[in-house]
Structures are given as structure tokens and as C-alpha cells.
Design a protein around this ligand. Structure first.
Ligand code: GLC
Ligand code: GLC
Length: 807
């Protein structure tokens, strides 16, 4: 069952009823100011850091789930309704929500009045803008009271939801009703240590206002039925402590056929220490005034929307395919790339499920995200690589996470996740293949952010790989440390204390627990690094690296192959994990993906491993993490066995690792297998199972409950997942086979029989490659009409390069 449809021309998902199984959200903003917005106009805003600069409140565990956000009420006679259904909950005569790229539109109508609300964050502006157009489509005059409201967060989102003895005393606002505008300034703590404020404004004289939440709502009421709205009035309350809000009322009269437009702005401003006040205690509002004047007409709003659309068209034009597979095209051309950009901005911080108050940016997460956005924003990718490498330690190990505001390593979680350093090699090589920018390797990059410790980035990569080589266990395989990619396989943890974090608890430090998965990573990325060295003419070092690769590959073949699949690990006592010798967790997905991608054991082992993965892990939505699921807690395995069977790392489809297997299928040239797996959980392909899958049908989620779960097929934790980047890599580089290389663009499709070819445009090193792939007799490639041996289109430097490939 579906709750809407894709409008590919407009690049929108159109939701046709408010009661989606979960809030279906969108992200607004691409620089400093960010908003999350659901299909009923719920959500929250923040500036750069969802913990420290939270602008509006959100209650994650609220009932109803998605209350609050941007509230609009239209009072028309006896009826009060909201254009996006919430918060009023009055049944509408019509409802639509269009989530587009960086904006959302809500169209609601009731009793002959239609409302169209467009919400966006304009490029380069620290504000959310909402344009509300009301039209009287009835035959008689309409006298409407239009209310809108936001609830401010007192900046630090954690403190805001814990420290009430203080916080209920500090709230302050200022009001400014002049120049045809009405503005509420949220200035809590401004007079003390803060130099930032927020404001909410409408581009018209307001007929009333409230700034104290509980006055506006009234006792025993929530956002669905504020007392002020019910009584068609405003109380003029001025917040002093408690919960500051901005609630504005505009009374408007609409003749039949007439329409009126209001533009609202929720903005954020930082003032310099010396420019804080315009008079004692009064905020200097100059910057806010400038922002307000820049967008105070519908025309200016329209210009901002045009600019936004042009920005996205340009970004997405770097990779566009026409394959005849409608769903594949819409994922590749629009939604998958869009989600990659969201993960660039958010990492794993702020969603409806990631509270924005916990972990900051993950080392491995950000490195992998980069694989999905490097072709769109190479300059920002470069900066990100240096930021990430700067939290590494001199021995090659690294902090697991860092805070986006400070860019410092997060000491709470510390280090010891032994896959982390290798992801730096993965993303740096991908960056150089995309851009040809070898100069990044010279970039002076510190360890642990310590000034004076800078060495060229190249040395960080070398130390990353060296860390694996020098940290190996009894079977010659890499030590796993606290965990590898699978955060919940904690082989050195042995936790018996309830509530203790598996990620940070004291380690048993067996010095024995090994990871076959890290071995697979090392073989793959060690080879990539060796190739990099060769390209730089450092052949001796390359040979040294290849010797280490061969050594670890041998260890995998001797101790990591179980007979029909790759084992997962060895535990702290040297016993295999993910082996037919185990009663539960006999087979895990991760090494099947990575060891096959790395080519360990060649196609023969590869095909057997993939057949086993399909046989034991395959379900309707992809491949589960492991099988059989753990039914009891195994102290020597850690968190993985603490989850109920079928959920999270204990046997859900953890979507992130499925594209590894898609790429592995491509590696063994099995286009059917690759496409089958890709389409099992690519959101557009499962749109018509939305009542089961439940999260948004236009983005990937972290997990889909496995067969052993009570809610088999239900997805959780949408948006912020490495699935976005890896799925884009799998479909673009594996199935379509378009792979950037140091000296050209490889075109090596691995298509299912159902696809005959495709046309594709790819901006690469300043040249637009216009690629046609089709099936035929005379196999081979022509570049600008001339036959070229092999499958790599050369760098031509021209603005356009035409490539034809017959497969
Ligand atoms: C989460 C983490 C990621 C980890 C994965 C598997 O998505 O953000 O770092 O690899 O879980 O445990
Ligand atoms: C929990 C989650 C896992 C995540 C980890 C790190 O263990 O289950 O998915 O990667 O926390 O935050």
C-alpha cells in the first residue's frame, strides 16, 4: 500500500494523506541553518549543532509522536484547521504534502478556503522561510484569523530537557512591531554569556501575539487546541521564564476569489561581542532586519526558491542516468544522491531517531558517507577528509567520533574500533580518483588536533594501514579491538553490568579476538593504497604494502574460510564466530561482502560465499546480518546478543552492508544477483509495501526487521545511515559500472538480463561524459567516435566526451 507517489519531473514525493505510518520527513538547509520537517509540518531547527544551538523544541518520545513544530491554525467561523493537518487535527477537504529537494509544500483546504504553505531554508541564509498563500474559493466573503507559532528551545537541547529548576526562570523575549512587520525575538541568556538570538516574524502587522506558551495554550491544553485560538483572540503574553514561544495572529478578510500571502521567517543571528546591544539590555537587531528585508515579499521568496532549485539541478546534473528502469532512475538521479547530501550535513546526528544530542560525527561513518557525495561537492569532501584525519592518533588508531562544532575527538567514547583507520584510506583514495587532486596527500594534518604535530596526510594513511599490520592475533588476522564495523560485536567486552555501554565498558584486552572483516578491508584498501604509491612512483613501498596484503589474504584463506562462506571473527578464546561450528550466528553478512569485494579466494570462493549468504540470510527485504539469530545473551559476543532476534545487529537487514554484497556480486560478474539484491530494499522499489516498511519510501533506513522479529519488514531509523553512500556506490559503480579512476573513467556495467543498456551523463574532471551502453555483437568502446581498447574512457580535457559501449 502507498501513501503518495513520486513526481519525478518536479523531483518531489507527494504524500496524499496525513496519516502516514510514521512521520515522513524532509531536510531543509545545506550550510549553517538546518530544519527537519515532517509531512504534517512538525520538526525542529538548529544552527550547525543540534545539541548546542537548538532553535526550536522537539520532544522525541512525545505523544502524539510529532506534535509541535511549525504550527499554523486557520480560524474560519466555527472551524479551526491546519493546512498540514497538525496541530489542529481537523479533517481537511483536501491535503497534500510535497517533499522536494530542500523545501516542503503543504496544501490543505477546508470550507472553500485553500492554504498553500511552502517552507524552505534559502541558500546562504540562517533562517527558515514559510510562505502561506490563502485563497477564498467560496462564493462568499471569508473573515479568517491566521495564527502561527513556534516554541523556542533554550539553546542547549540536553540542558533544555533536564535542567528545569534553572530553565524555567531564564526565558526572555523582545517584541518589535514596526515597518509593517511583526517580530518576536528569543533572547534567553543573551545578556550573560551568549551572543546569539533567534527571531520569528511575519511580513505584516500582527493583530495579536503571545510569547508565553502556557498563556497561549491555556491549562490542560496542547497544540491541537490553544485557548487563544479557540477564543479567536490573543492574550498579549510576554514570556518571563517558563516556555517562550512566538505566536502571531493576523486577521484577514478575503472576498470571493481573493488571495493573500504572508511570509514568515524563523532566523538565527550571532552578534560580535562589541555589537551586542543597541541600548542597555536591548538586542542589536541590525542583522535580523537585513535578513527580514531580503525576503519580505512573495517575489523575493520566489527568487530564493528558484536559486535553491538551480542549486540542486546543478548538483544532480553531475550524475544522471536514463535506463528505462523508472525506479532505478529516480533513486539514482534524485533521492539516493539527495540522501547522500543529507548524510554529509548530518552524519548520524539529527533525525527523528537520532536525537542530535548524542554522538557527533563518526570517523568511520563520515569516511563512508564521503563515497556518496564526493562527486557532488569535491571541495567540501577535501575539507572533511582533513577534519577526520586530524582526530587520528600518532600510532594510527583514532578517536571514534568528533564534535562538529569543535572538530575535536570525543573523549567519552575514545578509540579502539580497529576498522576505523582503514576507512580513511578508502575515502582518500576515492577522493583522489574523483578529482585527480594528489596534493591532498601533502596537506599538513595534525594528530589529535595538536598544533605542531602536523605531518602530510599521506603519512596518516600509511599509519592507518600499519596499525592493522602491527595489531594482529594468533591466526595472523587483524585484532578487532572494541568492535569493527559491527559496533555490537564486542568480543573483548564481557559486560555484566546492566546499563553499561558496550562501546565504552572496560575492555578485557584479550589480545586474541580477531576480525575477518577487517582483514577483508585491509586486502581491499591495502591494494588501493599500493596502487596510489605506484602512481606516485614509490614502487618499493608499494611492493612492501602488497606483501602485507598477501600475508593477510593468506591468513583469511587459512583461517577465515569456513568451507562454504567466510567466517566473521575469532573470539577472545580463539574460537571462531560466524562458523558452522557455532550453534547461533553461524554466518554473518559483512565478510561475505568485503572479502568477496576484495577478491579473496577469487570468483570460486566468491560465488560460494554469496550463495550461502542468499541461502541463509536472504529475505524479501535483503540480507540479514546473521543467522541463526542469537536467542540468549552471550557475554563473549557483547551487545549483538542483547537485541531481540531479528532486530538491529542481531539479524535485521542492516541496510548499510547490503550494497557491499551487491558490489560483491558485481565483482563475480553476477548482474542478476546484484540487481536482485539492490531492488529488494531500494526505497522506490518497496514503495507499495509502505504499510509494512513504514518509514519514508524515498530514503533508506538503517534497519529492516528480520524474519525472526515480530514486525518482520518494518524499517527503523530512517535517513542517517551509511546505506545512502554505499547504495549509490553499488548502483553507480557496480551495476551501472561507472567508476572514476586516476587516469580515466571506467565503464564496466554489470547489468541484469532485464536491462538492455542505458544513457548516462557524468561530470568527471571538468568533462561531461555522455555515455551510451547497449547490448550488441561488436563489443567494445568508442570514445568520440574512435575505438579505444579496454573499458576506461581517457581524460580528454574537452568539455564534452561521447562514449559508446557495446556489451
Ligand atoms: C551504526 C553506526 C555505524 C556502525 C553500524 C553497525 O549505523 O553509526 O558506525 O557501523 O551501526 O553497527
Ligand atoms: C548501538 C547501536 C548501533 C550503533 C552503536 C553506536 O550499539 O545498536 O547500531 O552503531 O550504538 O552508537
Amino acid at each position: 500500500m502507498k501513501y503518495g507517489y513520486f513526481d519525478d519531473d518536479a523531483r518531489e514525493y507527494v504524500i496524499t494523506r496525513p496519516d502516514t505510518p510514521l512521520p515522513w520527513i524532509n531536510y531543509l538547509g545545506s550550510d549553517g541553518f538546518f530544519s527537519l520537517i515532517s509531512n504534517t509540518c512538525g520538526g525542529y531547527s538548529f544552527y550547525k549543532d543540534a545539541k548546542l544551538r537548538r532553535i526550536t523544541r522537539f520532544r522525541y518520545n512525545n505523544v502524539p509522536h510529532d506534535d509541535g513544530g511549525r504550527c499554523f491554525w486557520i480560524a474560519d467561523g466555527d472551524a479551526v484547521w491546519s493546512p498540514a493537518f497538525l496541530p489542529a487535527k481537523t479533517p481537511l477537504d483536501s491535503y497534500i504534502c510535497r517533499h522536494g529537494l530542500g523545501y516542503s509544500v503543504f496544501e490543505g483546504s477546508k470550507d472553500g478556503v485553500s492554504a498553500s504553505l511552502t517552507v524552505t531554508v534559502p541558500r546562504g541564509t540562517d533562517a527558515e522561510l514559510s510562505k502561506l498563500v490563502l485563497e477564498n474559493r467560496s462564493g462568499s466573503e471569508k473573515r479568517l484569523s491566521v495564527y502561527s507559532a513556534v516554541e523556542f528551545c533554550l539553546w542547549n537541547a540536553v540542558d533544555d530537557s533536564t535542567n528545569f529548576q534553572r530553565n524555567w526562570n531564564i526565558g526572555e523575549v523582545e517584541l518589535e512591531f514596526s515597518d509593517g512587520r511583526s517580530t518576536v525575538y528569543h533572547k534567553t541568556e543573551y545578556r550573560e554569556r551568549r551572543d546569539h538570538y533567534a527571531f520569528y516574524s511575519v511580513n505584516a502587522p500582527a493583530d495579536g501575539f503571545d510569547t508565553d506558551r502556557d498563556s497561549f495554550l491555556g491549562r490542560f491544553r496542547g497544540w491541537s487546541e490553544p485557548a487563544a485560538v479557540e477564543r479567536r483572540t490573543s492574550f498579549g503574553s510576554v514570556a518571563s521564564g517558563w516556555a517562550p514561544i512566538a505566536a502571531l495572529r493576523n486577521d484577514i478578510v478575503l472576498a470571493p476569489g481573493e488571495s493573500k500571502t504572508l511570509v514568515y521567517m524563523l532566523g538565527y543571528v550571532e552578534n560580535g561581542e562589541d555589537d551586542k546591544f543597541s541600548a542597555p539590555g536591548i538586542i542589536n537587531k541590525e542583522k535580523a532586519h537585513a535578513m527580514l528585508s531580503a525576503f519580505d515579499t512573495p517575489e523575493r521568496f520566489g527568487a530564493a526558491m528558484d536559486e535553491l532549485k538551480a542549486y540542486w539541478s546543478k548538483l544532480l546534473s553531475r550524475f544522471e542516468v536514463r535506463s528505462g528502469e523508472e525506479k532505478l532512475d529516480r533513486m539514482v538521479n534524485i533521492w539516493n544522491q539527495y540522501q547522500c547530501m543529507v548524510t554529509f550535513n548530518m552524519s548520524r546526528s539529527a533525525s527523528y531517531y537520532e536525537s542530535g544530542t548524542g554522538r557527533g560525527m563518526g570517523f568511520r561513518d563520515s569516511c563512508q558517507d564521503l563515497l556518496g557525495f564526493v562527486h557532488m561537492i569535491p571541495e567540501r569532501a577535501r575539507e572533511r577528509i582533513i577534519d577526520i584525519a586530524s582526530i587520528q592518533f600518532a600510532d594510527g588508531s583514532t578517536y571514534h567520533q568528533y564534535q562538529p562544532l569543535t572538530k575535536r575527538g570525543n573523549a567519552d567514547i575514545g578509540s579502539g574500533f580497529n576498522d576505523d583507520p582503514l576507512w580513511l584510506v578508502a575515502c582518500t583514495c576515492a577522493y583522489i580518483r574523483e578529482t585527480g587532486d594528489f596534493s591532498i596527500l601533502e596537506e599538513p594534518t595534525p594528530f589529535n588536533n595538536e598544533p605542531g604535530s602536523e605531518v602530510p596526510l599521506m603519512e596518516h594513511l600509511e599509519r592507518s594501514l600499519n596499525y592493522t599490520v602491527t595489531h594482529r592475533g594468533p591466526h595472523g588476522l587483524p585484532l578487532i579491538g572494541r568492535a569493527d564495523w559491527n559496533d555490537c560485536l564486542n568480543l573483548n567486552c564481557f559486560s555484566r553490568t546492566p546499563g553499561e555501554s558496550f562501546q565504552t565498558c572496560s575492555n578485557f584486552e584479550s589480545g586474541k579476538a580477531e576480525s575477518v572483516f577487517i582483514a577483508g578491508m585491509f586486502v581491499k584498501y591495502g591494494r588501493e593504497y599500493a596502487e596510489l604509491l605506484e602512481r606516485m612512483g614509490r614502487n618499493d613501498e608499494a611492493a612492501g604494502m602488497l606483501a602485507s596484503v598477501a600475508d593477510i589474504e593468506k591468513a583469511v584463506l587459512e583461517h577465515g574460510w569456513d568451507g562454504e562462506w567466510f567466517r566473521r571473527a575469532y573470539d577472545a578464546f580463539g574460537r571462531p564466530v560466524g562458523s558452522s561450528e557455532n550453534d547461533e550466528g553461524k554466518i554473518y553478512i559483512e565478510p561475505q561482502g568485503f572479502c568477496v569485494m576484495a577478491g579473496i579466494g577469487g570468483c570460486e570462493y566468491g560465488r560460494r560465499a554469496l550463495a550461502s549468504a542468499e541461502r541463509y540470510l536472504g529475505n524479501d527485504f535483503g540480507l540479514e546480518v546473521l543467522s541463526p539469530c542469537y536467542t540468549e545473551y552471550h557475554e563473549h559476543l557483547g551487545e549483538i546478543s542483547s537485541y531481540p532476534p531479528g532486530y538491529k545487529e542481531n539479524g535485521s537487514v542492516f541496510c548499510h552492508n547490503n550494497p557491499w554484497v551487491t558490489l560483491a556480486y558485481c565483482r563475480v560478474r553476477d548482474g542478476e544477483g546484484a540487481f536482485r539484491l539492490y531492488t529488494r530494499n531500494a526505497p522506490a522499489y518497496i514503495e507499495d509495501k509502505s504499510e509494512i516498511h513504514r518509514t519514508e519510501p524515498y530514503c533508506y533506513s538503517q534497519t529492516i526487521a528480520g524474519r525472526n522479529a515480530r514486525t518482520y519488514g518494518e524499517a527503523k531509523n530512517s535517513w542517517l545511515t551509511g546505506t545512502a553512500a554505499w547504495s549509490f556506490a553499488a548502483v553507480s559503480q557496480g551495476i551501472l559500472g561507472i567508476r572514476p579512476d586516476y587516469d580515466g573513467l571506467v565503464i564496466d556495467p554489470c547489468l541484469p538480463g532485464s536491462m538492455d543498456g542505458f544513457e548516462l551523463r557524468r561530470l568527471f574532471r571538468g568533462t561531461r561524459y555522455e555515455i551510451t551502453v547497449r547490448r550488441g555483437e561488436n563489443k567494445g568502446m568508442t570514445v568520440d567516435g574512435r575505438p579505444v581498447p579496454g573499458n576506461k574512457a581517457p581524460l580528454t580535457g574537452a568539455s564534452v566526451c561521447r562514449v559508446e559501449v557495446v556489451i
